[in-house]
Design a protein around this ligand. Sequence first.
Ligand code: B3K
Ligand code: ZN
Length: 868
Amino acid sequence: MAQTPQAKYRKDYQSPSHAITDIDLTFDLYDNDTTVVATSKVKQLKESTTLRLEGEDLKLKSIHVNGEAWTAYDELEGALEIHQLPAECELTIETLIDPEANTALEGLYKSGGAFCTQCEAEGFRRITYYMDRPDVLAKYTTKVIADKGQYPFLLSNGNRIDQGDLDGGRHWVQWQDPHPKPAYLFALVAGDFDVLRDKFVTQSGRNVELEIFVDKGNLDRAPHAMTSLINSMKWDEERFGLEYDLDIYMIVAVDFFNMGAMENKGLNIFNSKFVLANEKTATDTDYLGIEAVIGHEYFHNWTGNRVTCRDWFQLSLKEGLTVFRDQEFSSDLGSRAVNRINNVRIIRGPQFAEDASPMSHPIRPDKVIEMNNFYTLTVYEKGSEVIRMMHTLLGEEGFQAGMKLYFERHDGTAATCEDFVAAMEDASGISLKQFRLWYSQSGTPTVKVSSDYNAAEQTYSLTVEQSTEPTQDQADKQALHIPFDVELYTQNGSVIELRCNNEPVHNVLDVTQAKQTFVFENVAEKPVPSLLREFSAPVKLEYDYSDEELIFLMVHARNEFARWDAGQMLLAKYIRANVAKVQEGQEVELSDAVVDAFRGVLLSKDLEPAFIAEVLSLPSFNEVSGWYKQVDVDAVTKVLKAVKVILATQLNDELSAIYHSSKQAAYSIDHAAIGQRALRNTALSFLAYTEQGDELAKGQYADANNMTDTIAAMSAANSAQLECRESLMQDYSDKWKHDGLVMDKWFALQGTNPAENVLDVIKQTMGHEAFSLKNPNRTRSLVGSFLNMNPVRFHAKSGEGYKFAGEILRELNSSNPQVASRLIDPLLKFRKYDEQRQALIKAELEALKSMDNLAKDLFEKVTKALES
Ligand code: B3K
Ligand code: ZN
C-alpha cells in the first residue's frame, strides 16, 4: 500500500470553501482515451484563494481560468490544488481517462459495448477534477460525442437540448439538467439499445416521457420494469403527494454493475438483474425485486435528489427514508404481512450480525475510511426501521406533516439527519429528543420482558428491561426510546383493552428507561401477551413464552405478523434445545403439539397462501448463528435439516395435498398467483426430503411453464441432494448458457450445493462459458453464495473454503475492490467460530493485510476485523 488510508470523521465537517454554480461538460468518447473538458463557474465562499479538487486516475491536460492558461496549481495524490483564483471565475479543466481499463466500475467505464457511469459515492472524481462532495450543488450541461454507428444513443441527465453530426461518422447530443445537483447524481450513457417507451401524466398535468433502454433483443423483458415505474409514480403522488419534476425519465439496464441500481437525476442506471424479466427468465422473487428497486430509485427523486445529503455520514437520511418508502410501496401493492416478514428477516439475520461484527456502526456513522463500505444493512435497513419507528410514534398523519415540513425547509439543498428529525418533531409536536440516540448508537438492544398477574388486584404488569451490549466501535450504551407495541388476549382470544392509572392507553408503549414496569388494570384473567408486534423496534426480544402460549398466538393473534412471529419463536425454542441435544449426542425431536400447530396453519382456509409459506419457512442458518456468541456450524446445520425432515415426514399428507391441489394451469404474475406458487414450492422444499422427492422435483422441472417453478424444482433437488440434481442442472445449463443473467440462478445453486466436493465443482464452474470474475453478478452468484449460504462447506475444518475465499479476494482486490469488500464480510466474523477455524480465517485476513496494493475498501475491514 502506498500510504496508510486515512479515516474521515463526521465531527470534522466543514462547509465548502467555494461554490460551483454551473458546470459544462464535454465528453469525447473513446475506449482508451476519452477527453473530458469541464468548465465550472466557481465562487469563493471563504478566505482562501486556493481551490482543492478531488481527482483519481486522471491525466491532466490543461487548466484555464477565464480563458487564460493557468500554471499556479499542484497535482497531489488524489487531488488538484489551484492557487490564486479570482473570487469569481470560469475554470476549465481538460483531462484524459481510460474507460476500458476501468474494471472497478466506478466513474466512467464500459459495460459490454456501452459506456456508462457510476458516481456515488465518490466516483465523479474519476471523471474530472471536481469538488466531489454532496453539498456542492451545480447545474449541469453535458455534451456527449461518440461514434454514431456504435453509439446511436447518447444520454445524460435532464432534457436533450441539441444534437448534431460530425465528420468521421461521429455525432453529439447535448443535455441540460435544470435542477442543481451534487456530482454523485451525474450520469452518462452511450450505446446501442432497444427502447421501451411509455408516457405518464402527473397529477398537475406534466407529460413525462418514460424510456427504458435494454440490450438489443431484450425488449420482451422490459414491460414489468415499465409497469413498476408507472406504479411508483402513481403511488408517490397518492401516498406522499410527490410528483415528478422533469419531462423525461430514463432507465438504462447494464450487465456490469457493482450494486442494484443508481438514482442519477432523470437517468437511472440499473443492474440488468433489476430490470429484465419475463416468465421464462425470471422468478417471482425477481419480479418483486424489480418492483421494489424501480420504486426505490424513483422515490429517491425526492428523498435523495431534491433533498440530498450534506455529507456522506448522513447517508441514511436518503437511504433509510427511501427504503422505508419502497417497503411501504411494496406493502401497499402486495401483501403487507409478507413484506413485513421479509424485511424483519433481513434485520434479524444479516443486520443483527453486522451490529455484532467488527464493522458495527450507527445508522449515521462517525468514522469512515472508504465510503462505499457504508452502503450497509445498518444504514439502509436499520435506517428504514428508525424511520418506521418515527412513523409509529407520529402516526401516518403526523409523519406526512413532518415530510411536508422537511421539503418546505430543505428542498433544493443538502441536509442532515438532524434536519429530518427536527422537521418530524416540529410538525408533530412529539418530542424525539431521546429518540435521536438511534442515529448515534450502534448495536442491537435486547429487550427482556417479564410479566406478573395479580388475580386479587386484577392487574397485569409487564417489566421491560433494555440493554445494548458494547460493540467494537462503541463501548458505552444508553437507554433508547423504544416504541413497544403490545396486545393482551384472554384465553378465548379476545383483546383486552389496555388501561393504566384508570385511563385507556395506546398499545404502543414508550419504553425509555433501562427498566420500566407497566401495570395494566381491569385484567380479569391471566392474559397471553403479544409483544413487539409488527417488530415495532429493531431489538432482540426475550420473554419466556411457554409452547402453549406461542401456539395460542399462532392461532389467535390479531395480526398476521404476530402469528408468524409466534411460529418463529416456537421454532427458535426447539432449534436451540435441539442444538444442545445434538451437542450431547442425542437425536433431534419436535413435540407433537408443535407439529400440530404447523399442521393447523397448513390446513387453515382463511390465511393467504403466501403467508402460510412464510410460517413454514424455518429461520436461516445465518439468523440462527446470531443467537450464539460462538456458533457450532455442524450442530446448527444438522438441527435445521432434521427439523425440516421431521416436519416433512409428519406433515407429508397435508403437504402433498397442497402440492397437488395448487398447481396453476396458466401463468400470471398477480399477487394471488405468486402466493400460490410460493406455497406450493415451499411444500416441495419439504417433500424433497421424503420418498417422493426425486419424482416430484423431476416432474415439476419437466412441466414448468415459468422460471419460478423451474428454479424451485432445481433448488429442492439441490438442497435435498436428489438423484435428479445433475440432470436438471445439465439441462438448464444447455438451455441458458448464452445468458449470464439467467445463468446466475444456476451459479447460485452451484455455490450452495451441500455436496462434499462442492469446492472442486465451484472451481470448475469458474471455467463455465457464462462465468467471469469481472462481472459482479456472476461473482456474487457463485462465490458470494458459497461464502454466505453454504455454511458447512465454507467452514470445512480443512480450511479449504477460507483459502479459496482468500484467493478470490486477492484477485478482486486489484480488479474490483468494491465487490471484494462485499464478499469479505463472512470472514470478518471469525470470532464466531471455534479456535481452529478462527486461526484459519485469521491467516487469510493476515495474508490480505500484508498485500502491498491492498485497496482501502479491504484495508478498512481487514484491520477492523484483526483488531477485534
Ligand atoms: N444510491 C445507490 C447506491 C450507491 C452505492 C455506492 N457504492 C443506490 C440506492 O441506494 O438507491
Ligand atoms: Zn437508495
